[in-house]
Design a protein. Structure first.
Length: 275
C-alpha cells in the first residue's frame, strides 16, 4: 500500500477547518467558491475530543452498591438519593467510574444532604494490578470531600490529579456516612448522597526519547504530536524515516488522517439477506 504523505498536526487541522467550509459550498465540479461567500466558522461545539476543554463523568446515587448495612435508596419526584438509615460508623456504598484512558484527572465534586450532628465523606480511589501477574491491588486515594455538618444541601470539590491508566487500574467512587463525626447512622433520611462528578482533560501521550523521523527530531515544536500520530496508526510518513513536515496536505490525505484517527465507521452496514 502506498504511504500517505504527511504534514504536522497543526497544519493538518488548519487544512481540515478551511476544507470543511469549502466542501459545504463547492459547486458540482468541486470548485470552491470565492472567499467572500464562505460561511462564518463558529467556535468549536462540545464534543468528545480536544486537549483544551474540560470533560465530565458523573456517578448517580442509583448506580452505587451498598456493601454494608444502613442504606435505603429513595426515588421520588425530587430526585434520587442513597440515604443513611441506621447502621454503623462505617456504612459505605461504592460504584465504578469510567474515564478515558490517558486522561488527566483534575477535580471531583460531590452533592448531598447532611445534618448538624452527622457527616459523610465522598472519595475516589484508584486500584491498580500488574498487567499480567497476580497480586493484591494497590489502592491510591485520588480525592476526597466531607460534608460540613451544618445541615441541609451541600456540595464541595477536591483536587483530583494523575493520568488515567485503564490498562492496569480501575477507578471507583466511595460514599461513607458518618466518617467525620464518628457517630452511627441515625434512623430516618438525615443524610443523603445525590451525585459525584469527575472532571478531566484529554492529553497527548508524552513524547518518546527517540524520533521516528529524521526530519522531525527530538525537540521539534510538534515532535510529540507527530509521534502520537505515528503510534496511533494515523500516518506512516512519506518514508520509514521521513515525515516531510512542510509538504501540503491534499484532500485525499486529509480523509485518510481523519478516518484513521477517529476510527470512522459507516452508519449502516448492508445486510445481503435483508436488502
Amino acid at each position: 500500500m502506498k504511504r500517505v504523505s504527511s504534514a504536522v498536526l497543526g497544519a493538518c487541522m488548519g487544512v481540515l477547518t478551511v476544507s470543511a467550509a469549502y466542501a459545504a459550498n463547492e459547486d458540482s465540479n468541486g470548485r470552491a467558491p470565492a472567499a467572500s461567500s464562505l460561511p462564518a466558522i463558529d467556535a468549536p461545539a462540545a464534543g468528545d475530543f480536544g486537549v483544551i476543554k474540560d470533560y465530565f463523568t458523573a456517578v448517580d446515587a442509583s448506580s452505587l452498591t451498598p456493601f454494608q448495612s444502613g442504606f435505603i435508596t429513595n426515588r421520588t419526584n425530587s430526585g434520587t438519593g442513597i440515604w443513611c438509615n441506621g447502621g454503623s460508623t462505617d456504612s459505605r456504598a461504592v460504584a465504578q467510574v469510567q474515564i478515558p484512558h490517558g486522561a488527566q484527572l483534575e477535580f471531583m465534586r460531590a452533592w448531598g444532604v447532611d445534618s448538624v450532628a452527622n457527616d459523610m465523606t465522598v472519595s475516589m480511589d484508584e486500584l491498580c494490578l500488574p498487567d499480567f501477574g497476580a497480586a493484591q491491588p494497590v489502592v491510591t486515594g485520588k480525592g476526597s470531600v466531607t460534608s460540613v455538618g451544618t445541615g441541609g444541601f451541600w456540595t464541595d470539590v477536591a483536587t483530583n490529579s494523575g493520568t488515567v491508566d485503564n490498562q492496569s487500574c480501575t477507578y471507583r467512587i466511595i460514599v461513607q456516612f458518618n466518617s467525620a463525626s464518628g457517630a452511627s447512622c441515625p434512623g430516618g433520611a438525615t443524610l443523603a448522597f445525590y451525585k459525584a462528578r469527575v472532571e478531566y482533560k484529554r492529553q497527548i501521550s508524552p513524547a518518546p526519547a527517540t524520533a521516528t523521523f529524521s526530519d522531525v527530531p527530538v525537540g521539534s515544536q510538534f515532535f510529540a504530536e507527530v509521534e502520537a500520530l505515528v503510534r496511533s496508526g494515523v500516518t506512516g510518513g512519506t518514508s520509514p524515516t521521513t515525515f516531510t513536515p512542510n509538504a501540503p496536505v491534499t484532500r485525499l490525505q486529509m480523509a485518510a488522517f481523519l478516518a484513521r484517527a477517529f476510527g470512522l465507521q459507516f452508519d449502516v452496514i448492508a445486510d445481503p439477506a435483508n436488502p
